[in-house]
Ligand binder design. Structure first.
Ligand code: 1BO
Length: 272
């Protein structure tokens, strides 16, 4: 495993995303992921699986201090009192005294950002989270948030894969010493038949998904692929025994455009 170091904290570069995994399937996938060596697990209130994620973590027997666990506050809980209440509710579901990272899941223009960030920082000061950050924030929102937040923000979690050019957000994260965490890192499976990725994969004996994940971690980005298929869990973590050349990295960057976003909602901000 390699790590992304942000503000002095080491975050496992490859994590397991649990979006759309629920019930017993979620619990056993988390347990198996830990058995395979994953140590970074990502959940959210809105995924409705925090309880099962917690069960899977405990069933694995892996010590809590070896794990990096993230959850996210949904946008309807952004007023200060509500944020603290719902963060505590997440911890009850996960059955842990704190998470490693607590994120605002999406920006919410209906609650003043300074107020929400003050509440998020307060949650950290109360010990509910070791670190705090944001998700789905644009460059302008990152710049505002870093100025307004009383505590350091350690990451922006956004959609990122070879088809979506995120250079601007990546640069904003670098400028502000924040990690970029990539969700949907294999473009929801769309990379499977990509000729460029297949060709690079042949040279390394790897699959397009492995090439894609390696491309992300080589940029110092954390990737949190989600899968419900057990065999994919081991495929996705098998990316630490090869290195992409600069030329190969460039060939993959060339696949990106600003238009290939797969996750968008009416409430999303105006993307960069
Ligand atoms: C609505 C969930 C998007 C990815 O976390």
């Amino acid at each position: 495993m390699i790590f992304v170091t942000v503000k002095g904290t080491k975050v496992p570069a490859l994590g397991f995303g649990t979006w759309q995994l629920v019930g017993a399937q979620c619990e056993s996938a988390v347990e198996y992921a830990l058995e395979l060596g994953y140590r970074h697990i990502d959940t959210a209130q809105v995924y409705e699986n925090e309880r099962e994620v917690g069960e899977g973590l405990r069933a694995s027997g892996v010590r809590r201090d070896e794990l990096f666990v993230t959850t996210k506050i949904w946008t309807t809980h952004f007023t200060p009192h509500e944020l603290e209440r719902s963060a505590k509710e997440s911890l009850v579901k996960l059955r842990m005294p704190h998470v490693d990272l607590l994120l605002l899941h999406w920006p919410n223009p209906h609650v003043p950002l300074a107020e929400t960030l003050g509440a998020l920082a307060h949650a950290k000061q109360l010990g509910l989270a070791r670190h705090i950050g944001v998700s789905n924030f644009t460059v302008a929102l990152i710049e505002d948030a870093t100025k307004l937040c009383p505590e350091p923000l350690v990451c922006d979690q956004v959609e990122y894969h070879p088809y979506l050019d995120q250079a601007k957000v990546r640069e904003a994260c670098e400028r502000n010493d924040m990690a970029l965490v990539a969700y949907s890192p294999v473009a929801k499976g769309r990379i499977k038949n990509d000729e460029t990725l297949k060709e690079i994969g042949r040279a390394h004996g790897k699959t397009p998904a492995q090439i894609c994940l390696r491309w992300l971690v080589q940029q110092n980005v954390c990737a949190i692929p989600r899968t419900s298929r057990i065999e994919r869990l081991s495929e996705n973590i098998d990316i630490f025994d090869f290195v992409l050349s600069e030329e190969e990295m460039g060939q993959i960057f060339a696949l990106g455009s600003a238009k290939s976003r797969l996750t968008d909602f009416g409430f999303a901000p105006k993307w960069d």
